[in-house]
Design a protein around this ligand. Structure first.
Ligand code: N1C
Length: 297
């Protein structure tokens, strides 16, 4: 019986592999430690050569399938292997008791490294961080890597009574259900993403929310504590404010002081900038008439 019933996880994975593997294999792309092919190292969605199949965002399912069939066999193998490791982490299990160990086979299979000085974390600023990294092609968020890309915007879980992947009616994470398939996944992949970062790393934070930095966030509870001080020398925070929105927190606020103190205690230097200009430009594309934007030009 096939493990995978849900289509969107599968399509998401196929789409990523099509984009990233494309025709690179022929050009000697590094391979998965698990024995497959077609892994990227410091490459991102949409950056492969234009002759790769299915290279534009938003292609139809039909096109994805066609591209997939047109691709060489290695991709299909990789896809199955990764997808099986992914789904085996949670299918047929209690949806509230997933462990980090459940995802370990997947983590072992997919190793990706972002070049030094190019890692971009974010917290409560996902849309802007992705808009920015989509334009500033040299910067990588977790969603610009395979595992983050597959899972972004999806919810999934298992059910002890079936071997199906459920993508609907999954429990929310709360005090009675603290370890959902989705929440544990983000903890595990965020930890891995932070552990592998090097040089100066960046984080985009939201100064229009209650606090720019929160110790309860994945960034504040997982990523900050998994930066390796022997490899990461500086954390550079950009506190962004919504155009036309309120400014509730800034580099001078107490939450950023707390972040600085945590980071410095870990022997990592800390820098903070309010409304980092290049990201401000991205915000202003949508609101060029706003006074905050006219003064920027
Ligand atoms: O809890 P957060 O933000 O601080 O998590 C963001 C932080 C980023 O730096 C990412 O590297 O942690 C990583 N990350 C994701 O990449 C991600 N994509 C989607 C963490 N969570 C992610 N999600 C979903 O958003 C997931 O469901 C999680 O619970 C939210 C966290 O968003 P946040 O509170 O804005």
């Amino acid at each position: 019986m096939p493990l995978v019933e849900g289509v969107s996880l599968k399509l998401s994975l196929e789409r990523w592999l099509i984009r990233h593997c494309g025709s690179w294999k022929a050009e000697g792309t590094p391979s998965f430690p698990g024995g497959g092919h077609c892994v990227d190292v410091g490459t991102r969605v949409g950056s492969q050569p234009s002759h790769c199949p299915g290279s534009s965002r938003g292609e139809s399912t039909k096109l994805i399938k066609e591209s997939w069939r047109g691709a060489s066999g290695c991709r299909n193998q990789d896809c199955k292997k990764i997808l099986n490791a992914f789904t085996s982490a949670f299918v047929s299990k209690d949806p509230c008791s997933i462990t980090k160990e459940d995802y370990q086979p997947l983590i072992n299979l997919v190793t990706q490294t972002v070049p030094c000085n190019k890692t971009l974390f974010w917290s409560r600023s996902k849309e802007l961080a992705h808009q920015y990294s989509g334009i500033q092609n040299e910067m990588f968020t977790l969603e610009d890597t395979l595992l983050g890309y597959i899972a972004d915007d999806l919810v999934w879980c298992g059910d002890p009574r079936t071997s199906e992947v459920k993508e609907e009616f999954c429990p929310y994470r709360n005090e009675n259900c603290s370890s959902t398939a989705t929440s544990v996944f983000w903890t595990v992949v965020s930890q891995k993403f932070a552990e592998s970062a090097c040089g100066t790393v960046y984080v985009m934070l939201n100064g229009s929310g209650t606090t720019a930095f929160s110790k309860a966030s994945t960034f504040g509870s997982v990523e900050v504590f998994n930066l390796h001080p022997d490899r990461v020398h500086t954390l550079h925070a950009w506190v962004m404010h919504d155009i036309g929105g309120v400014s509730r927190d800034s580099c001078l606020g107490s939450s950023i002081k707390e972040l600085k103190s945590i980071v410095n205690q870990r022997n990592i230097s800390f820098l903070c900038q309010d409304d980092y200009r290049p990201a401000r430009f991205v915000q202003c594309v949508r609101r060029p008439e706003d006074p905050a934007c006219s003064t920027l030009m």
